[in-house]
Design a protein around this ligand. Structure first.
Ligand SMILES: [Zn+2]
Length: 252
């Protein structure tokens, strides 16, 4: 897979607009204008090529063995948060609505989280990550987000999530897991609900990210100077991907 390259938002990990490269801005426009409830989001790599095929196979083909290999990649994204996030966190996979769960038979994000935690238990035995797959509920069935604008996704997700038991969340540091981060609307909505329920902090790790520039380039037919993406990231801890995350061995 192709690693994410180019300067990234310190908050959500999105690729920074090339037009702001010469400024001192370290967060993308979306995070500056409407700061998310999460502290930081990390992803393993872009949603393309083999990752896309494997996620599709997992979600729509029910190929659960793919979860193990993908879970190891998710573990790398989570490990990149280690120098920043608390050493003890409640791990909350983004849930499916029960109707979707019934159709698919499983929540692929929960499978990824389980596999990632197995991997992290070996690589980072001192890190206390406890899976809490029922802490968050999806109380509104949202239609597929594909093809929707950022605003439409946000409206679609409003009131989609609820906390099952606020006493389980209150005062806890939460690691929210999702498979793909596109506009960030899903993790923004889920993070807000968790913070409103009293979470001390929310951190986000996703397996793959469909970057905004990739989104623009494909949806609007816009082209941008590809050489900009050849620069290495100034902050290796943002939006971790495989190569940087392995070079940057966190200790905690
Ligand atoms: Zn951002």
């Amino acid at each position: 897979m192709t690693p994410l390259t180019g300067p990234a938002c310190l908050r959500c990990g999105d690729t920074l607009d090339p037009r702001s490269l010469n400024s001192s801005k370290t967060q993308c426009r979306a995070c500056r204008l409407a700061p998310p409830a999460f502290v930081r989001a990390a992803s393993f790599g872009p949603f393309d090529g083999r990752i896309r095929d494997a996620i599709h196979a997992l979600k729509y083909g029910g190929l659960q063995p793919a979860a193990r290999r993908l879970g190891e990649k998710l573990a790398i994204a989570i490990a990149s948060l280690a120098n920043h996030a608390p050493a003890e966190m409640l791990v909350v996979p983004v849930p499916l609505h029960r109707s979707r769960h019934r159709t698919r038979g499983f929540n692929q994000t929960r499978l990824l989280a389980e596999q990632a935690l197995k991997s992290l238990a070996k690589s980072h035995p001192d890190w206390k990550l406890e899976l809490s797959p029922h802490a968050l509920l999806r109380i509104k069935s949202t239609n597929s987000q594909a093809g929707l604008s950022r605003r439409e996704r946000r409206l679609n997700l409003r009131k989609a999530f609820a906390v099952a038991d606020a006493t389980a969340i209150a005062g806890r540091d939460i690691l929210l897991i999702d498979d793909i981060l596109t506009t960030g609307a899903t993790v923004r909505a889920a993070s807000r609900v968790l913070v409103e329920a009293g979470a001390n902090s929310v951190w986000v790790a996703t397996l793959a990210r469909a970057g905004r520039l990739i989104h623009h380039a494909s949806s609007a037919g816009a082209s941008f100077d590809a050489s900009i993406t050849a620069h290495s990231r100034p902050q290796p801890f943002t939006a971790a991907h495989g190569m940087q995350a392995t070079q940057h061995q966190p200790s905690f």
